[in-house]
Design a binder for this molecule. Structure first.
Ligand SMILES: [Zn+2]
Length: 210
């Protein structure tokens, strides 16, 4: 599996491009900005996007989705519980002092237990609310990789002080859905460096005693 991680936009959201070597199908997760750079990666690997997945509707994760959808024709997946947050995009843009990005129509709901595919590889949708009500994480068993959005970071967890945030709920999501994954699973957070489930169990101060 081809996998490139590209930090995009002013908040350096980790956009992931996954591509299947056999079918050249690709999934792009969180195209927050810098769509030209994402398109260049797709072109370099001769990949065709079959799914655009949004881990949650914060502007730094969803901001470029309309542009990427227009360029590729691929359907956009997001959890319906974040539709309200998506409608707040002008407010989110004001928080950052940026322009409101072009709104994107969500084509498919991404709900807990759903399975997407990239070639033969399965991508399992885990609903992990707490950072936002519609936050999802993506578990790829064949790659032993978890794309965690802003739910779990290396040494930290997602903030819960924004609209839709819930500090008890995010801990429950991490405990029940993420820490249940294999210890050696690689975690790709929404910002910053990769980690593993084992490392976070051992050293993440927010998860002490879990
Ligand atoms: Zn966020």
């Amino acid at each position: 599996m081809i996998h490139e991680i590209l930090p995009v936009g002013m908040l350096q959201c980790n956009c992931s491009v996954f591509g299947d070597e056999a079918t050249r199908e690709a999934m792009v997760v969180d195209p927050g900005d810098d769509i030209d750079a994402i398109l260049a990666i797709l072109q370099r690997h001769a990949l065709r996007v079959t799914a655009i997945v949004i881990t949650h509707a914060h502007i730094d994760h969803i901001g470029g989705a309309a542009k990427l959808k227009a360029a590729t024709g691929a359907p956009v997946y997001m959890n319906p519980n974040d539709h309200e947050l998506q409608r707040m995009m002008p407010i989110q843009a004001a928080w950052l002092g940026t322009e409101t990005p072009e709104p994107v129509d969500i084509d498919q709901p991404a709900k807990d237990g759903d399975t997407l595919t990239i070639g033969a590889a399965e991508v399992h949708v885990l609903h992990t609310p707490g950072h936002t009500q519609g936050s999802i994480s993506l578990w790829m068993p064949s790659e032993n990789k978890l794309v965690a959005g802003d739910t779990l970071f290396r040494g930290s967890i997602g903030r819960t002080d924004l609209p839709g945030g819930d500090s008890h709920q995010i801990l429950r999501s991490i405990h029940e859905k993420l820490l249940a994954l294999p210890d050696d699973a690689i975690v790709i957070p929404g910002h910053g460096e990769n980690t593993t489930i084992a490392r976070e169990k051992r050293t993440n101060p927010f998860l002490a005693g879990m």
